[in-house]
Write a new protein. Sequence first.
Length: 53
Amino acid sequence: MDKQHRLESSRALDSEAFKSIKALADLDDFRKMLNKVNIETALNAHLDEHLVG
């Protein structure tokens, strides 16, 4: 997936997520989900670097 496609997908996800945030707890759940996705992405990139490089 190229950078532009990831950016567009991220914006679409953000837009849908913002529509579903109704309370502070929803915002906290969204923050936790984003944090999880970021950590998984970083770990996968690190793993790919070791396997490929």
